[in-house]
Design a binder for this molecule. Structure first.
Ligand code: NDP
Length: 330
């Protein structure tokens, strides 16, 4: 395993990590989840990602049970959670001081730990002043309930505003962002956030490296049974794959499959290695419903050298989606 600094912080995260969305509590039971986590840990993964909303809190409970049962040393792990959707009550949602503090307490209870290493604002909250959110997140860090805080899917403008408030008020600033990043979803990581990597030392923990499985090639002949897109609760993913844009992406996936085959590696490995290649990616959060998938995905680190400039050019020609650069008119 390779360990990368989380942005300009002193924290090291495994370049490949493992998260609980869709799978824990909704798709797989605790035994399979434990096998997946053990397989990841044995491959050197130290970072495990979660959120208060995953399976309505059951994903955190499962992860907490597994960590307790396996008996890993707390200091060997980097654990995260994300706060935003905590329930149906009027104060269970968003980034008010009340929900951040109560949500973090409840997450720690479910995870059965005294602190998480990372805590994220899962989305921006347009109804709460950013200053209220910044103060509440800094409070969580000051109390020792989390070591670092960050955002997920915030615009660069919102991240900068939070950072500026924290600096002005001498509060702990956000240090990381959790954006989607994969071959089909590139603009934020490759363009919008670009100035923030140097300005703020922003680290990134990127999600859905396989675009929910689309980039494995498994959807090329329809929706396989038991796959993520076949799950009734995730009908919206199936609809996305079956849309005209999804179908166009599936055609590209077929061509990417040829590139992977020529290299003698699997498509998931190629797609994950492609994410890892970006130096601004601190960690690629992988997802998996089976330990065999974890095993396969972890091999992507060995494939970085296969991504030569010539191969990258071939991939770009297939994707045809390089984000346009900011034009300098001088
Ligand atoms: P991926 O895009 O990698 O999708 C993972 C899914 O793809 C698996 O559950 C599995 O689905 C399938 N898969 C994975 N590996 C293989 C393989 N080798 N062969 C065949 N199929 C495979 O990642 P996720 O969308 O799960 O995102 C990863 C993590 O990122 C989440 O667990 C979560 O922690 C985080 N996340 C954060 C978000 C945020 O808003 N901050 C949003 C979403 C995720 P199946 O077998 O069921 O078909």
């Amino acid at each position: 395993m390779e360990y990368r600094f989380l942005g300009s912080s002193g924290l090291k995260v495994s370049a490949l990590s493992y998260g609980a969305w869709v799978t824990f509590g909704d798709q797989i039971d605790e035994d399979i989840a434990a096998d997946c986590m053990r397989t990841a840990y044995d491959a050197g993964v130290n970072f495990f990602d979660n959120a208060e909303v995953y399976a309505g809190g059951r994903a955190e409970t499962m992860m907490g049970n597994i960590i307790k049962k396996v008996g890993w040393k707390r200091s060997d792990l980097v654990l995260s959670t994300k706060i935003y959707w905590g329930g149906s009550g009027p104060n269970d949602k968003g980034l008010s001081r009340k929900h951040i503090i109560e949500g973090a307490d409840a997450s720690l209870d479910r995870l059965q730990v005294e602190y998480v290493d990372l805590i994220f604002c899962h989305r921006p909250d347009l109804d709460t002043p950013i200053e209220e959110t910044v103060r509440a997140m800094a409070h969580i860090v000051d109390q020792g309930q989390a070591f670092y805080w960050g955002t997920s899917e915030w615009s660069s403008e919102q991240i900068r505003a939070a950072h500026d408030i924290a600096r002005r008020e001498h509060l702990v600033p956000p240090t990381m962002e959790q954006p989607q990043y994969n071959m089909f979803h590139r603009d934020r990581v490759e363009k919008e956030y670009l100035p923030l990597y140097t300005e703020m030392g922003l680290g990134t923990t990127i999600w859905s490296p396989l675009a929910s499985g689309l980039l494995t090639g498994k959807y090329s002949e329809g929706i396989p049974p038991k796959s993520r897109a076949s799950l009734p609760t995730y009908r919206w993913i199936r609809r996305r794959f079956e849309s005209p844009e999804g179908q166009l992406q599936i055609e590209k996936v077929k061509k990417l499959g040829d590139v992977a085959a020529d290299l003698g590696i699997s498509l998931p490995r190629l797609a994950i290695a492609w994410c890892l290649r970006n130096p601004y990616v601190s960690t690629v959060i992988t997802g998996a419903s089976k330990p065999e998938q974890v095993k396969e995905n972890m091999q992507a680190l060995d494939d970085l050298t296969a991504l030569t400039p010539e191969i990258m050019e071939m991939i770009e020609a297939i994707l045809d989606n390089i984000p346009t650069k900011e034009q300098n008119f001088r």
